[in-house]
Design a protein around this ligand. Structure first.
Ligand SMILES: [Zn+2]
Length: 90
């Protein structure tokens, strides 16, 4: 996992991804012919779960610091707060 952080630059407490991003601006990498969200890899590794819904907290969609993302239980919870971005696992 450390090799993922090697592709970031630190900014405040963020780890900003310098690799590819998708059209929505999220950090991605190509693995086994699939695109993966890099923040989901670091989140799963360091926090132990892979939530279906994640919301970005720091305002940098390409940040892969797992503590800058929080799990949401459902979209209704998201809809009460439209300030931040979120993504849904497919
Ligand atoms: Zn961040």
């Amino acid at each position: 996992m450390e090799h993922l952080y090697a592709k970031t630059i630190e900014h405040d407490s963020c780890n900003l991804w310098q690799g590819a991003v998708n059209s929505a601006g999220y950090a991605t990498r190509r693995f086994n012919r699939k695109n993966e969200y890099v923040h989901r890899l670091t989140y799963a590794r360091e926090r132990g779960t892979v939530p279906r819904l994640l919301r970005n907290l720091c305002g940098h969609k390409h940040c892969i610091n797992p503590y800058h993302w929080e799990a949401l239980q459902n979209l209704r919870q998201y809809n009460t707060d439209t300030r931040t971005w979120f993504d849904v696992a497919v």
